[in-house]
Design a protein around this ligand. Structure first.
Ligand code: MG
Length: 288
């Protein structure tokens, strides 16, 4: 099932995207229930009745979860080739422990940096001159749990979406902790939809990213260093995961910092991320 959050007739709505990719079956849910929660309003609830249909072309998509209730959990250096390209970039404050981590590197992005598909990532040249893209599969948690064992972790997954874990590399390096460099306003484009867990084969799902039509990242979730069950077990180790929590699983090689010289995002760029089974997340880049 593909689910979309959208604005229609001036208010926030939720619906299921039809197999034709063009029609939304709009749920009968009050806008206030979905404005921040988005698809998380469906977690643990009976499927809502359908109130009617609307054409995808006639709505404005929202992020699947416009305002996560907590920071977006993120995993760093979780593909081998990317771990090496980042470790040699000079911005990796974790490089002293080796290029490839022995346990998941977990950081977070503040909820307020989430933006809808199509909205611009804003570059503030007075703050950062080294802004990078990171195409990532994001997990949406559906069931609360603490100290979740890997073998039971998938029962806590409700679904998936796409995020661009946009990063100010200079701030990431300067502050050692990654929160500021990862949480700049507009730095978490999310969407275009969320899919239920049954729609994704984690052992073989393409993750690709283009900048201005040039393919930069081309990988597969089967190449994750720490797989989704391992990530969930690690984060929930003493930290209760809750329904609606979002976990970005890490980005593959081909980010801007991996080039010599680095190829950072600049105003006017257009980023396109495709993940098999979910769809395409696109956004422009503008000066703040
Ligand atoms: Mg990342």
């Amino acid at each position: 099932m593909k689910l979309v959050a959208f604005d229609w007739q001036g208010s926030a709505r939720l619906g299921e995207l039809d197999g034709d990719g063009e029609t939304i079956h709009r749920f009968d849910l009050p806008p206030e229930a979905v404005s921040d929660a988005g698809v998380a309003a469906l977690i643990g609830a009976d499927p809502p009745p359908v109130a009617g249909t609307v054409a995808l072309a006639d709505v404005t998509l929202r992020a699947p979860i416009s305002r996560p209730r907590r920071n977006v959990f993120c995993v760093g250096k979780n593909y081998h080739e990317h771990a090496h390209e980042f470790a040699k970039s000079g911005f990796d404050s974790s490089a002293a422990k080796g290029a490839v981590p022995t346990a998941p590197i977990v950081f977070s992005k503040v909820p307020e940096c989430v933006i809808p598909p199509g909205d611009a990532v804003k570059i503030d040249a007075g703050v950062s001159t080294a802004i990078d893209y990171e195409a990532e599969l994001a997990v949406i948690i559906g069931r609360e749990g603490r100290n979740i064992r890997p073998e039971e972790a998938m029962s806590h997954v409700w679904g998936y979406t796409i995020v661009n874990d946009v990063t100010a590399r200079d701030l990431q390096g300067k502050h050692s902790q990654w929160l500021i460099g990862k949480s700049q306003d507009t730095f978490c484009p999310m969407g275009p939809c969320a899919v239920t867990a049954d729609q994704i084969d984690l052992s073989d799902t393409l993750v690709r990213c283009w900048v201005n039509g040039e393919l930069r990242q081309d990988s597969n979730t089967g190449l994750l260093i720490f797989d989704v069950p391992t990530i969930i077990a690690a984060i929930s180790n003493g930290v209760t995961l809750r329904p609606g929590d979002v976990i970005a699983t890490g980005t593959p090689a081909g980010v801007g910092i991996g080039f010599d010289p680095p190829r950072y995002l600049t105003p006017g760029d257009k980023v396109k991320i495709e993940i098999g089974g979910i769809g395409v997340l696109e956004h422009p880049v503008e000066a703040a």
